[in-house]
Write a protein that binds this ligand. Structure first.
Ligand code: SF4
Length: 218
């Protein structure tokens, strides 16, 4: 057992996965609204430091105005800033999504690439965003380390790291092949309802028996 991991959680990972599956049968996708990979890519960039709900409020009109990469690549920057203002950090985000769209047009013939290296070479795209697109739009088997995954996996004791890339590497070793994207979706749903950032509901948590934080604090 790797140092810093919690044995009951690691040894019972199949039960943890099954239990999450049972409690969150509907959690099969991101809660961002999208029709195709390009929209999901842009919506995920916009969701940084914001909420999916907030992003969903603006993306319908955004994608009506800028439906394809060339449209967003040619966008007037101040106009684009106004269109996404409510998602926060709008100046940086507007620059990122415009540049990302230009790169898609120039380097990938306007198509969203289907591999992590090409995706993370785009402006504003880190591993989390890339994995959201690979997992949801292209059916890849990925671990998506967002704020919920970071918190829940740390509390359970499935990782001793706080760096998202290292957490991803740790979880790739523990979560069986073929179950990673679904596990990521279930963990987000669980983090939003039970394992909350503040005041997690440990007493009524169905993972309590296998959780390091819960065993120490409940
Ligand atoms: Fe989260 Fe508490 Fe459940 Fe552990 S026992 S997973 S900390 S809610």
């Amino acid at each position: 057992m790797k140092q810093g991991l919690y044995e009951p959680a690691v040894n019972n990972i199949d039960k943890i996965i099954q239990t999450l599956k049972k409690h969150y049968p509907q959690a099969r996708d991101t809660s961002l609204n999208y029709q195709e990979p390009f929209q999901l890519l842009i919506a995920t960039i916009l969701a940084a430091q914001s909420t999916d709900k907030q992003v969903n409020k603006i993306t319908t009109s955004l994608f009506e105005k800028y439906p394809r990469p060339p449209d967003l690549a040619a966008a007037d920057l101040p106009e684009l800033e106004m269109a996404i203002k409510s998602t926060g950090f709008f100046r940086n985000k507007a620059k990122s999504i415009k540049k990302c769209s230009q790169e898609l047009v120039e380097r990938f013939a306007g198509k969203v690439p289907q591999n992590i290296n090409d995706l993370t070479s785009l402006s504003g795209v880190g591993r989390k965003t890339a994995n959201v697109v690979l997992g949801n739009s292209f059916g890849h088997d990925v671990i998506i380390v967002d704020t919920h995954m970071k918190r829940v996996s740390g509390r359970l004791g499935l990782t001793a790291n706080t760096n998202p890339d290292k957490i991803e590497q740790d979880l790739m070793k523990i979560i069986p092949t073929g179950k990673r994207t679904d596990f990521s979706h279930k963990t987000v749903a669980f983090g939003r309802t039970i394992c909350l950032g503040r005041n997690p509901k440990c007493i009524r948590c169905f993972l309590l028996a296998w959780c390091r934080f819960g065993q120490a604090n409940a």
